[in-house]
Design a protein around this ligand. Structure first.
Ligand SMILES: [Zn+2]
Length: 144
């Protein structure tokens, strides 16, 4: 049997009841006050309820958003997606500009003073005198 939604005006609440389809349009006694509650169309359920709007019965202090239960009312939404129901955002890919900056930074490091000193090169990549001095003597092994 399908699930239908009913609205009790007295309780200002919405509740769900499983009923046979042919009885769906008939009012149902409210689960709280037992008064007749007419059926509502499910589109009525499309937004987060509370604060003057009908609440869910039983009221657990939660909110409803697009027919799904949420703990907090949505304050900022992208489209109609509730933050609690939204899929976790994938880690943002590094922007092209950032990649350029990183590359630039590496190049700067490579031409930095410490790097140059270590490898004995000047800012143009040419070997410094110091490096030449450091160059190990090549030993030639004379035959015999
Ligand atoms: Zn009621």
């Amino acid at each position: 049997m399908p699930l239908y939604e009913y609205y009790c005006q007295h309780c200002n609440g919405i509740f769900e009841t499983i009923r046979p389809m042919r009885e769906a349009s008939l009012p149902v006694p409210c689960v709280q006050c037992n008064r007749d509650a007419p059926r509502i169309m499910s589109s009525f359920n499309a937004f987060t309820f509370r604060d003057g709007y009908p609440r869910r019965i039983p009221d657990k202090g939660t909110y409803w958003h697009m027919g799904r239960e949420v703990k907090q009312r949505a304050t900022r939404m992208v489209g109609w997606e509730h933050p609690e129901l939204a899929a976790p955002k994938p880690r943002p890919r590094a922007l092209k500009g950032d990649v350029e900056v990183q590359r630039e930074k590496r190049l700067t490091e490579r031409t930095g003073a410490a790097y140059r000193d270590r490898w004995g090169i000047d800012e143009h990549g040419f070997r410094t005198v110091k490096a030449k001095k450091r160059k190990p003597q090549r030993k030639t092994i004379a035959p015999g």
